[in-house]
Design a protein around this ligand. Structure first.
Ligand SMILES: O=C(O)CCC(=O)C(=O)O
Ligand SMILES: [Fe+2]
Length: 218
């Protein structure tokens, strides 16, 4: 019985994601991850930090790899599904369900996804950009799950979306990176940026792809 209720709650969240994505091109869903799931994922993130496996994120694909702290100041650790620890595996299974649900309802032909753990040290940003690379346009949807317990508006670190209006103007939407919140949007259509925070800002960031992931980032 409890399991059915839980499944029902999850289904509602999947519906929210699909409805808002097709309606507005983006969706924000709170409590997408339970507090316990956030906590377990943070422990995994910390474990990877202790292993020293986070790397300075770059801009562009491997062959045009440049790092510019002014443009992008985060550190990332890609998830290798075959080596995922249990909390990460639960997360990947959830994203797989999301992908299947979106394919049934939005017909985007999603085939795979890729995710990394992300850390923005205090004061770092990711300037305005689109997530589809010129040389790799297989990213259809961007997903970010925030892992920041007790995050307050004064901590900053908003994700800012620039939503295009039909008359050529833009509307800004600011999203606070609070624990358990999911933000997702059309990777090809919605420019966005990460504003500076005064605390470390933790998340899982990823993309749903229209082809099988060949680990183009390696
Ligand atoms: O962390 C966020 O809110 C957005 C991250 C982002 O835009 C990216 O990694 O491409
Ligand atoms: Fe982005």
């Amino acid at each position: 019985m409890i399991e059915e209720i839980e499944d029902d709650k999850l289904l509602q969240k999947f519906e929210q994601i699909a409805d808002r994505l097709s309606d507005k091109g983006y969706a924000i869903v709170d409590n997408f991850l339970e507090p316990e799931e956030v906590h377990n994922l943070l422990e995994v993130l910390q474990h990877h930090q202790e292993q020293g496996t986070f790397k300075k994120a770059g801009i562009g694909t491997a062959d045009q790899f440049t790092v510019d702290k002014q443009v992008r100041g985060d550190f990332i650790r890609w998830i290798e599904p075959s080596e995922a620890l249990p909390p990460t595996q639960i997360f990947l299974d959830r994203m797989n369900e999301v992908m299947r649900y979106i394919n049934r309802t939005c017909f985007l032909g999603l085939k795979d996804f890729e995710f990394h753990f992300t850390v923005y040290p205090p004061g770092t940003v990711y300037q305005r950009h689109l997530d589809q690379f010129q040389t790799n346009d297989h990213r259809r949807l961007s997903f970010i799950c925030y892992l920041n317990e007790d995050w307050k508006p004064e901590n900053g670190g908003n994700l800012r979306l620039y939503l295009p209006n039909e008359d050529g103007t833009e509307e800004e939407v600011d999203i606070l990176p609070i624990a358990g919140r999911l933000a997702c949007f059309r990777a090809d259509l919605i420019p966005h940026e990460v504003l500076a925070a005064n605390r470390h800002r933790y998340s899982l960031t990823g993309w749903m792809l229209d082809q099988l992931n060949e680990l183009t980032f390696l």
